[in-house]
Design a protein around this ligand. Structure first.
Ligand SMILES: NC(=O)C1=CN([C@@H]2O[C@H](COP(=O)(O)OP(=O)(O)OC[C@H]3O[C@@H](n4cnc5c(N)ncnc54)[C@H](O)[C@@H]3O)[C@@H](O)[C@H]2O)C=CC1
Ligand SMILES: O=C(O)C(=O)Cc1ccc(O)cc1
Length: 361
């Protein structure tokens, strides 16, 4: 692929454009808000000048509700040899395109399984998709040349291609993305009118659970409107669990010992089923989760501290697999949890202590 056109230069469009530009592809950037395309160009994602002919691949990275019209318009202009979109839902947009009577042999619906709770080009990064699954939904009618262009894009973004049927994709993302998104918002909504004294106690657990509740509601109304059935089915299952958990907790308030035992068994059941589901969540590169151990370091909230820790770990020859930072509320201090292979724990701990870091259990 030598040339590409990104239509919709927000988080996802600009991230893909940055990755392609870094691999030497000439990328043209277009957005219905020209300021967004200019910003993406200023970030080094490509040029906001109109291409002077057909590009190899057009990437439609607009919100789901706009995909069909944007794609139809690009096809009418004969803008590219191949077309993909990156919307979070695949079945509905495909049916909308079929309804428009377009020749879809040059189009593949795709979905990179990576993103953020922030929107716009300023939140973009060229490595956003690295190691993440990127779903492709070709059909029997898809041109091989177009499938190859899409695979080239996925490879340039260092993502992992996964081929799926569009409706199977929508059922899968209802489970791993859309239903959890709503549950995150419902948990976060409890904080809206909560007392300040309670909110100040927020720790890492609630930060993890509510991070995605900061996402743009407009985009998510679009996503959920295109996948309502599978998400409603899953939320109904969650609702059954909620009812049973409330019943178990009420039983735990009883003065009757037998009832309390019943309540305790109910709570244990939901917690154990949660454990069993959690171990199935893949690790950072989509593989089975690895067991890492934590080396916890206390730091002052000063610029450059993290970089120094990473440099010190690097000098000790230890690979940091993952990192978490817990900020102590109201204090200029934080706890950095470095996840490493179990065999690296003594090496890293000794090296950090030697360099003056305060380690915690
Ligand atoms: N946010 C995320 O984490 C992920 C989003 N997606 C999908 O990627 C697509 C883009 O999402 P984001 O980049 O997050 O949104 P964003 O809000 O950061 O960017 C969307 C961009 O599309 C532009 N746009 C809207 N209508 C347009 C039109 N008719 N023509 C041209 N440009 C138009 C907007 O001005 C904006 O710059 C969506 O379809 C979304 O479902 C896929 C994976 C992850
Ligand atoms: O921020 C996160 O962790 C996300 O999960 C973002 C996300 C949002 C929408 C998608 O279609 C895919 C990924």
């Amino acid at each position: 692929m030598r040339t590409a056109l990104v239509i919709g230069t927000g988080l996802i469009g600009t991230s893909a454009a940055l990755a392609l530009t870094q691999r030497g592809v000439t990328v043209h950037l277009v957005d219905h808000d020209p300021e967004q395309a200019r910003t993406a160009a200023a970030l080094g994602a490509g040029t906001d000048e109109v291409p002077d002919g057909r590009v190899d691949l057009a990437i439609i990275a607009a919100p789901p509700a706009h995909v069909a019209t944007v794609l139809a318009d690009a096809m009418r202009r004969d803008a590219a040899r191949g077309y993909i979109d990156v919307a979070s839902v695949k079945g509905g947009p495909r049916r909308e395109l079929e309804h428009l009577g377009l020749d879809l042999s040059s189009y593949i619906g795709t979905h990179p399984m990576s993103g953020r709770e922030k929107s716009g080009p300023l939140a973009a990064s060229g490595d956003l998709f690295e190691g993440r699954p990127w779903v492709l939904t070709p059909t029997r009618d898809t041109d091989t040349e177009v499938l190859n262009l899409a695979l080239e894009l996925v490879s340039h973004c260092r993502a992992v291609p996964v081929v799926m049927d569009a409706d199977a994709h929508d059922r899968a993302v209802a489970l791993v993305s859309h239903m959890p998104h709503l549950v995150s918002n419902m948990v976060a909504a409890r904080l809206q009118h909560a007392e300040e004294a309670a909110v100040r106690l927020c720790g890492q657990g609630i930060r993890d659970v509510t991070r995605i509740a900061a996402s743009d509601p407009g985009m998510w109304i679009d996503i959920l409107s295109a996948n309502p059935g599978p998400v409603a089915d899953l939320l109904a299952d969650v609702s059954t669990d909620l009812d049973e958990t409330v019943r178990a907790l009420r039983a735990l308030q009883s003065s009757d010992e037998a009832k309390r035992q019943e309540g305790s068994a109910g709570i244990e059941d939901v917690l154990r089923r949660g454990n069993a589901g959690q171990v199935r969540v893949p690790g950072k590169h989509g593989s089975a989760p690895r067991v890492y151990e934590v080396v916890a370091v206390l730091i002052d909230d000063q610029p450059g501290q993290l970089a120094r820790i990473f440099a010190d770990a690097g000098m000790a020859g230890v690979n940091i697999e993952d990192v978490r930072i817990e900020h102590a509320t109201g204090q200029q201090a934080g706890l950095v949890q470095l996840m490493v292979e179990p065999k690296s724990v003594p090496v890293l701990s000794a090296a950090l202590r030697e360099r003056g870091w305060a380690l915690r259990q």
